[in-house]
Every structure is written in structure tokens, then in C-alpha cells.
Design a binder for this molecule. Structure first.
Ligand code: C5P
Length: 330
């Protein structure tokens, strides 16, 4: 059996605006995704077989795991039958807005074609990713990226220096569909108003601000439209955000539809001091993780390392090929 051991990373949303409900029932978004060092561990093994069988053992016993769906989707798209065995060790908190399940699924989309020797085009992977969930396509790219539409149309932003931060996961499970519904029912001001182009302009201003070496936060502060509705339901989350701000985090914000909060610090030393303070006076509940932002170049280096034995070595320059190509493909 061919085997790869990979570490699907979590994401945070540096900015997240919900514009309104679309004809397909999803909401139109403007967001900036960022991969962070918090990760799960996934082992993928596969061997050709006359009948397809996909199994997953995971530490959290997740029903209908997206990783299994992703494996079936890859096999179908590649026209292959295989025995696929996966082992998943969860670290990324679930239902926290950190994209853990989506990242696990995207990891299968990146790793399995390479193990199978199936050369799936990026367009095909994007289509499969989109069919699995709104956050999945971003993890095919990683780094910092703007997303529009359902959140599945992803445009890379340049890598900035890695920043140190803290993710606080208070262990509250926020239902994403419910959070969207609450946004629509709330006062108009809670939805970013698509007709009010000053809102979409301020999103652009945030994204452009990320090009400045010192980051975009000062000139165009980011927002997360979900904060007001989710904080109303869980006031503790707002308190945690306040605590992160007091400890010097800028920005300190909720990720996705919550419940995780993140804080990025001006220096690694300040992040370390904040972490020590949180150890001394812990948050009332949940887990705290020390994290770093992971840029696209680093994301790709990691992926190349994990898939190295199975990836086609090319002449200089070929290494930049993405997604990684299988050395077994004909
Ligand atoms: O695509 P995903 O399965 O992650 O979406 C979960 C739920 O979140 C959807 O069923 C929908 O209720 C909501 N959603 C939305 N608009 C988006 C993304 C998600 O309404 N752009």
C-alpha cells in the first residue's frame, strides 16, 4: 500500500463579511482566509482493488466525515477502484470556525490523486472541493487568500511575514446555518449591505492594506459580521475577545461563524507573554493554542515534504508545480 502522512492545517478569517442570501440558498461572502499552524494528523493509505472500499478511523468518531466523501469523490473523478484506509487524529476543535473538517477533506483531495497516480487537474479538484463544502477550496491553495461568492472563489494574496498568535476555542459549538439565519433576521446593519458599496469598498481597502509591510489592521480594521449575532448568544466569546485585546492582540477577532477567537501579536515575545498570562489566569473554559500564521510558500513546502516519495521530481522550476504531480501517473 502507498502511504502519506499529512497535517491538515486550520484557518482563521482575518475579515469576513456576509452580503446577503443568494438564489442558491448560500450567502454571498467577502472574506480573507489565512492558514495557521494548528493542525490535525491524517494518514492516507491506498492500494488498487477490484472493489472500492474507503475506511477511516478517527479519534473523534465523526459521523459522515468529509474526508471519506473526499476519497470517494477523487476515486470517481479519476475512474479508479481502490482500497483507501485513513487514520485521522483530531486536534483542531470542531464547530469552531477553524475549518478543520474542510482542511481534512482538502488534504485527501491533494494526497490521494498523488498516491493513486491520477493526474487530476486543478479545475477538477476545485469542483470536487466546492461540492464538499464552502471552506474546502481554500485549503487547496493555503496562505493568505481573498474569497468571494459562496467563499469558494479563491484569489491568492501575497505572503506576509509569519505572525505569532493565540487561538482560544471555548468549546461552544456554533451552528453555521443558524448563525447565517440569525444574521438575516437581525437588524439590517448586521449584514454587509451589497447595495452599499462603501462596505465592499472597505473590504477592498482591508485586502489592499495587507500589502503594506506592517499589515492592514491600522488603516482598515477588519470585521467579522458574525460577531454581533454570535456574541449576543454567547457573551463569553466577547469577553474572551476583550481579554485577547487587553493582552495586546491586534487584531483579536472571531473566526468564521465561531466559536473560536484568535489574536495576533506584534511580536513573538508579546505572544509568549500573553500565553504565559493565560496559563496563570486561564479562560473560564475551553482550550488555548499557540499558533503561527502559515504563508503559501511554507504551506507548499510542507505539502511537498509530506508527499515527497510520491511526487514527480522535475528539473529546477518544476517544483513550483501545484498541485503536486504524482510520480506514478502515466
Ligand atoms: O458549504 P458548507 O457545508 O460549509 O455550508 C454549511 C452551511 O452554511 C450551509 O448549509 C448554509 O446554511 C451556510 N452557508 C451559507 N453561505 C455560505 C456558506 C455557508 O449560507 N457562503
Amino acid at each position: 500500500m502507498r502511504e502519506a502522512v499529512v497535517r491538515p492545517l486550520a484557518k482563521i478569517n482575518l475579515d469576513l463579511r456576509v452580503l446577503g442570501k443568494r438564489a442558491d440558498g448560500f450567502h454571498e461572502l467577502r472574506t480573507v482566509f489565512q492558514t495557521i499552524s494548528l493542525s490535525d494528523r491524517l494518514v492516507v493509505r491506498c492500494a488498487p482493488a477490484s472493489r472500492t472500499a474507503v475506511t477511516l478511523s478517527d479519534t473523534a468518531s465523526i459521523a459522515d466525515n468529509l474526508a471519506v466523501k473526499a476519497a470517494h469523490a477523487v476515486l470517481q473523478a479519476a475512474g479508479r477502484r481502490a482500497r483507501v484506509e485513513m487514520e485521522l487524529r483530531k486536534t483542531i476543535p470542531m464547530g469552531a470556525g477553524l475549518g478543520g473538517g474542510s482542511s481534512d477533506a482538502a488534504a485527501v483531495l491533494l494526497a490521494l490523486p498523488v498516491l493513486l497516480g491520477a493526474g487530476l487537474r486543478l479545475e477538477t479538484l476545485l469542483e470536487l472541493a466546492e461540492s464538499l463544502g464552502s471552506d474546502v477550496p481554500f485549503f487547496l491553495l493555503g496562505g493568505t487568500a481573498a474569497a468571494i461568492g459562496r467563499g469558494t472563489e479563491i484569489f491568492p494574496l501575497p505572503d506576509a511575514a509569519s505572525r505569532h498568535g493565540i487561538v482560544a476555542a471555548p468549546g461552544v459549538h456554533v451552528s453555521t446555518p443558524q448563525a447565517y439565519r440569525a444574521l438575516r433576521r437581525g437588524p439590517v446593519a448586521e449584514l454587509t449591505n451589497a447595495a452599499n458599496t462603501s462596505d465592499t469598498r472597505s473590504f477592498q481597502s482591508f485586502a489592499w492594506g495587507l500589502l503594506r509591510p506592517e499589515g492592514g489592521e491600522a488603516e482598515a480594521p477588519g470585521v467579522n459580521d458574525f460577531e454581533s449575532v454570535v456574541f449576543r448568544q454567547y457573551p463569553l466569546l466577547q469577553q474572551i475577545r476583550g481579554r485577547l485585546r487587553k493582552l495586546g492582540a491586534s487584531p483579536a477577532r472571531m473566526s468564521g461563524s465561531g466559536s473560536a477567537l484568535f489574536g495576533l501579536f506584534p511580536s513573538p515575545e508579546q505572544a509568549e507573554l500573553a500565553l504565559e498570562e493565560l496559563r496563570r489566569r486561564p479562560l473560564p473554559q475551553g482550550q488555548v493554542f499557540a499558533v503561527r500564521t502559515v504563508g503559501r510558500a511554507a504551506y507548499r513546502r510542507m505539502w511537498r515534504r509530506w508527499l515527497k516519495p510520491h511526487v514527480k521530481e522535475g528539473p529546477a522550476g518544476r517544483e513550483s508545480q501545484w498541485p503536486p504531480r504524482s510520480r506514478y501517473s502515466k
